[in-house]
Design a protein around this ligand. Structure first.
Ligand SMILES: Cc1ncc(COP(=O)(O)O)c(C=O)c1O
Length: 422
């Protein structure tokens, strides 16, 4: 039926790392298909947070043990994220979440913009990659919004080319859509932005659990992602090219350092969770070593992990799509052709007839199958697809700890729902 294989992946080892996957609900096992809103965490992450509280809990730059351990821990987490992004540690900024980081960065960049300068955003994006840029309209900045091709929910690249001009100062684009899973051609978009001297900002929040990020290969200027979407704690992280982090001036308090990247990290950070971020990266690297013991560096281990999870997730996705297509009245949004799976990740949204997605999510939830319904803050997209006023869509997110059995359970429950409402 399809050529994607899920068998060679050591799913038993993976699931052992995630204690919460054994959660029982009303005598059902829990199927966590809610990853796009936040993934479960491996025990390595929980241990790191606990270890921090037990032996390193203090504020930074004090002349005593726990404060010094805190400094070391932050350096080590920065180095881990640098391997994750493929950048220098001093190009990594920690923050509360992607939304807060992006508002702060947009404000800092906005200081340098003039009325009539333009920023390009897209209809495919989460509002956290739209609203912070739109906020600059108050300063006279003009926002251009790129449309999608409705048939496959991909970016309309002709429209993008039309909207980028010599007036463009920044292009803000998502790496992958958190609603329909489309992966954007970010390398091509970076080249288009740079050709007119504009900066390229990538929201990689949704891409990060599915694909390896390489900011050097992308040549982007900024890239953000949130560790809680890639098996870590609830925080956000930013990559910024060193020259930009040094040039733009964040709003900050006077006594705090002016040195980058710390000047971007306003106030006291959630240090225990920064410890968890380092552990999340190390978990992915451990998975990579488990898949390919020949790897040497952490970056190579991350590469091996993503190679394996990409293959495995694509197998699950392929199965999910072909099973869903056999349910009458299912309408899947986005790419469904297996030949084009490189253009999408394993997050899938659909509607079932005229049923309200909340009713379906509730039905599934009662059976221990956790999915999300609504617009997931991808408001422009939900409106553009005409589903906003009908409760949005039902979203199923498959990550590397999900299984073929969970896909079967989901599809069986959807068939039961459809039969019960006929
Ligand atoms: C694609 C995308 N961008 C941005 C965000 C916002 O991230 P955060 O919750 O870290 O602010 C999300 C959260 O769902 C997302 O999926």
């Amino acid at each position: 039926m399809h050529s994607f294989e899920t068998k060679s992946f050591d799913i038993a080892w993976v699931r052992e790392q995630f204690p919460s996957l054994s959660l029982q609900y009303r005598r059902h096992g829990s199927a966590f298909l809610d990853g796009p809103a936040g993934t479960q965490v491996p025990k390595q992450v929980m241990d790191a947070v606990q270890y921090y509280f037990l032996g390193a809990n203090a504020n930074t730059y004090g002349a005593f043990l726990t404060s010094q351990r805190t400094n070391e821990m932050i350096l080590s987490a920065r180095a881990a994220m640098a391997d994750f992004f493929n950048c220098d540690p001093n190009e990594v900024v920690f923050g509360q979440n992607m939304t807060t980081i992006t508002f702060a960065l947009a404000r800092a960049i906005g200081r340098e913009l003039r009325p009539g300068d333009e920023i390009v955003v897209t209809t495919l994006d989460h509002d956290a990659n739209v609203a912070p840029w739109r906020a600059l309209e108050e300063k006279g900045v003009v926002i251009q919004q790129v449309d999608i091709r409705e048939t496959d929910c991909t970016l309309d690249m002709d429209d993008l080319k039309r909207k980028i001009s010599v007036k463009t100062k920044l292009v803000a684009v998502g790496y992958a859509s958190n609603m329909v899973g489309t992966i954007n051609p970010v390398v091509e978009i970076t080249k288009l932005a740079h050709a007119v001297g504009a900066l390229l900002f990538i929201d990689a929040v949704h891409y990060a659990p599915h694909g390896l990020i390489d900011v050097k290969a992308l040549d982007c200027d900024f890239l953000v992602c949130s560790p809680y979407k890639f098996f870590g704690p609830h925080m956000g992280t930013l990559y910024g090219k060193r020259e930009h982090l040094e040039k733009f001036k964040p709003y900050k308090v006077r006594p705090a350092t002016n040195t980058s990247p710390e000047c971007w990290e306003t106030g006291t950070q959630v240090q225990e969770l920064i410890a968890g971020i380092g552990a999340a990266v190390d978990y992915i690297a451990e998975l990579g070593r488990h898949c390919d013991p020949s790897v040497k560096t952490r970056r190579e281990a991350l590469q091996a992990a993503y190679r394996a999870t990409h293959h495995y997730e694509t197998g699950l996705l392929s199965r999910l799509i072909s099973e869903l297509q056999s349910i009458p009245e299912i309408h899947i949004f986005g790419i469904t052709d297996p030949e084009r799976f490189d253009e999408r990740c394993s997050t899938l949204s659909f509607r079932l007839g005229s049923h309200n997605p909340t009713a379906i999510a509730k039905f599934l939830g009662e059976r221990g199958i956790f999915t999300w319904d609504g617009n997931f803050y991808a408001l422009n997209l939900s409106e553009r697809l005409g589903v906003e006023q009908h409760g949005g869509v039902l979203r199923v997110g498959l990550v590397h700890y999900n299984t073929a059995e969970e896909v079967e359970r989901l599809v069986d429950a959807l068939r039961e729902f459809a039969a019960g409402t006929r």
